[in-house]
Design a protein around this ligand. Structure first.
Ligand SMILES: [Fe+2]
Ligand SMILES: [Fe+2]
Length: 166
């Protein structure tokens, strides 16, 4: 898989997220359709970018916002599958994403909590300003994706994801 960034995307942002984008398991999110037309990798990148920008503007921890935003849906499986606990996917997948994130990366408590609460009001109440940013950014990105509006990184080819050839 090849990921191309336009010059509009600040290098400070890319520095925060590039270690996660080198992980093959994480990149496999590109195989899963998300909100009809998008895929889970692009959706996660968009939530991350919007969260990073909001955190910057509000003087919050932009690194935690970018990373937890990127990892919030780190679930490499089809959301139509039954969950192992029998819970609705809306309640189950944040826990799966947090567990998977901790398995593959060094995740801070603040990042983990933000992943766990991103489906608020379905699930726990966000505990930090960064967690509130991520749950808001997730909803903004979901609405734009469902309405087929190119937004944030999906706009003006700020990021282009190409599957590996062959
Ligand atoms: Fe989610
Ligand atoms: Fe999401």
């Amino acid at each position: 898989m090849e990921i191309q960034w336009s010059e509009e995307v600040p290098p400070e942002y890319l520095t925060e997220i590039s270690p996660i984008l080198r992980n093959r398991e994480f990149l496999s999110l590109g195989r899963y359709v998300h909100h009809h037309k998008s895929n889970r990798l692009l959706h996660s990148m968009n939530v991350s970018y919007v969260s990073w920008k909001m955190a910057r503007r509000l003087g919050c921890d932009e690194k935690a916002a970018a990373r937890a935003g990127l990892l919030h849906d780190f679930c490499p499986y089809d959301f139509k599958e039954e969950t192992p606990t029998g819970e609705h996917q809306a309640f189950f997948h944040p826990k799966a994403a947090a567990e998977n994130s901790c398995l593959h990366f060094e995740v801070s408590d603040k990042e983990r909590e933000a992943i766990l609460s991103h489906m608020f009001p379905l699930g726990p109440v966000p505990k930090s300003r960064e967690a509130w940013i991520i749950t808001a950014a997730d909803k903004i990105c979901a609405v734009t994706e469902l309405c087929h509006v190119a937004f944030a990184l999906a706009r003006r080819d700020r990021v282009v994801i190409r599957p590996a050839l062959g």
